[in-house]
Design a protein around this ligand. Structure first.
Ligand code: MN
Length: 200
């Protein structure tokens, strides 16, 4: 068995002007495609080839750096594309909205905290909203680590993810990571975040 690069449900220019078409195309085909190919190479002819990506990630400390980096890269980007949408933005609704308000006080306060986690992640990494045993938490991880991995400090089920590697924004935003983060809110697919929160 090998992992496949999932189809994008929107075109490369669909998230314009917030995320530009060239960044989307390179990010998806070259970066996500690269993680997918390299993950397959790393697990070929090993017992990991019979496992799901979630099963691989939960014991990732036992595997090679190639599995950790590329397995994380494969999973994280699969998730990232689905939590954005050309019809995204606005405010969360439903149970996730209630949970955000209960935990963070307001949507604005949640946005500030998540944006700060993304902005202050030094170097390459991700910001996450996770469900940790029924409670929401905001965390960030370095490189392609994610909250399903046994190597991260605070584990949980990822609901929302933001890629803050320079490859995710540099063509359009150069060094202005905070501008990229601010514009991310225009494309967040709250329906998918709600679906992950309620149907896991
Ligand atoms: Mn990326």
């Amino acid at each position: 068995m090998s992992f496949e690069l999932p189809k994008l449900s929107y075109s490369y220019n669909a998230l314009e002007p917030h995320i530009d078409a060239q960044t989307m195309e390179i990010h998806y085909l070259k970066h996500h495609g690269g993680y997918t190919n390299n993950l397959n190479k790393a697990i070929e002819n090993t017992p990991l080839a019979d496992l799901s990506i979630e099963e691989i990630l939960k014991d990732v400390s036992k595997h090679s750096a190639a599995v950790r980096n590329n397995g994380g890269g494969f999973y994280n980007h699969n998730l990232f594309w689905t939590v954005m949408s050309p019809n995204g933005g606005g405010k969360p609704l439903g149970k996730i909205a209630a949970a955000i308000n209960a935990k963070f006080g307001s949507f604005e306060s949640f946005k500030e905290k998540f944006s700060a986690a993304a902005a202050t992640r030094f170097g390459s990494g991700w910001a996450w909203l996770i469900d940790k045993d029924g409670a929401l938490e905001i965390i960030s991880t370095p490189n392609q680590d994610n909250p399903l991995m046994d190597v991260v400090e605070v584990k949980g089920y990822p609901l929302l993810a933001l890629d803050v590697w320079e490859h995710a924004y540099y063509l359009k935003y150069q060094n202005r990571r905070p501008d990229y983060i601010e514009n991310f809110w225009h494309v967040v697919n709250w329906h998918e975040v709600e679906r992950r929160f309620t149907n896991r």
